[in-house]
Design a protein around this ligand. Structure first.
Ligand code: NAD
Length: 294
């Protein structure tokens, strides 16, 4: 990881203005992290209430830091002012790098990527925070695939150090270098990986979820499984983790993994993720998943 980061250290042109598309769990987290590390960011969504949720989350995190004495009121105000919520692409012309973080649906992502590209400067780097969808597939939607790559953060963005930077077949070294440099400016540890469904981390995580699902089919109780995995030393078990990730996002990601690796990740429609999704239990985002949150 150190070697990879070093290789791109001198090459990446710094990101002075960033933008994120989607103000959900991930988009809100990216906006907070970028602003708190000094890079102003536009946060675009299609829903006013989603923008407010993203801002509320940043406010909550900063409030916590203020309370613990890690930042002062001036830093809090400055950080909040560095996040500009918007419903339009009006200011996107001055942006150096965009992180797309809308729903995990290939068609929605393709149309959003094609749309935003029209508003960017020739040199701007466009990235996707997709969990699982092939970067080469998404690249088909853009006119400048050399400026496009994956920038995969983990949840919660402010806590998780790793960022996967995914190189598509046509991605230029300059685009990779700028993305690596932005990840580092955000205090993250970037790794550069080649493209495939699920990249690196989710090729491990989704088979783990499949194993969890199989355990439930064999009669295990999800609370007990969570306790066992916590006892094993992991910070949380699979049921709680899925509630944090969002069962809707996990469902769509699971579909992509099943299509990408049909032998290993057969999607039967009967997994625990499928059932929770059908029940509309999306996890913490709507207060009910495996656990209840109200
Ligand atoms: P989310 O459902 O919390 O948020 C998605 C947001 O996108 C919503 O606010 C929605 O209004 C907005 N949106 C939809 N269409 C849009 C458009 N055309 N333009 C602008 N905004 C639009 O989802 P999330 O969990 O934040 O996931 C977003 C992306 O990040 C997905 O690709 C997901 O796979 C990926 N991701 C999620 C996690 C996780 O743990 N949740 C982790 C890593 C990556």
């Amino acid at each position: 990881v150190k070697k990879v980061s070093k290789r791109y250290e001198s090459q990446g042109t710094p990101v002075k203005h960033a933008a994120v598309l989607g103000a959900g769990i991930m988009g809100g987290g990216v906006a907070y992290q970028s602003a708190s590390k000094g890079t102003p960011i536009l946060m675009k969504d299609i829903r006013e209430d989603a923008l407010q949720l993203g801002l509320d989350e940043a406010n909550k995190l900063l409030g916590g830091q203020l309370k613990r004495g890690r930042i002062d009121a001036a830093k809090m105000a400055k950080t909040l002012n560095s996040i500009t919520p918007t419903l339009s692409y009006g200011d996107f012309g001055r942006v150096d790098l965009v992180v797309e973080a809308v729903v995990e649906n290939v068609n929605v992502k393709k149309s959003v990527l094609a749309e935003v590209e029209e508003h960017l400067g020739e040199d701007a780097v466009l990235t996707s925070n997709t969990s699982t969808i092939s970067i080469n597939e998404l690249a088909k939607a853009v006119k400048r695939p050399e400026n496009f790559c994956g920038m995969h953060f983990f949840n919660p963005v402010h806590r998780m150090p790793l960022v996967e930077v995914i190189r598509g077949e046509k991605t230029s070294e300059a685009a990779i270098a700028r993305t690596v440099s932005y990840a580092k400016a955000m205090g993250k540890t970037p790794i550069v990986v080649n493209d495939c469904p699920g990249f690196l981390v989710n090729r491990i995580l989704f088979p783990y979820f499949a194993g969890f699902s199989q355990l439930l089919k064999d009669g295990a109780d999800f609370r007990q499984v969570d306790k066992v995995m916590e006892g094993f030393g992991w910070p949380m078990g699979p049921a709680y983790l899925l509630d944090v990730v969002g069962l809707d996002t996990a469902y769509h990601a699971d579909e992509v993994m099943a299509q990408g690796f049909p032998d290993r990740m057969g999607h039967t429609g009967t997994s625990a993720i499928d059932k929770m999704y059908e029940l509309g239990r999306f996890g913490q985002k709507n207060d009910k998943g495996f656990y209840e949150y109200k």
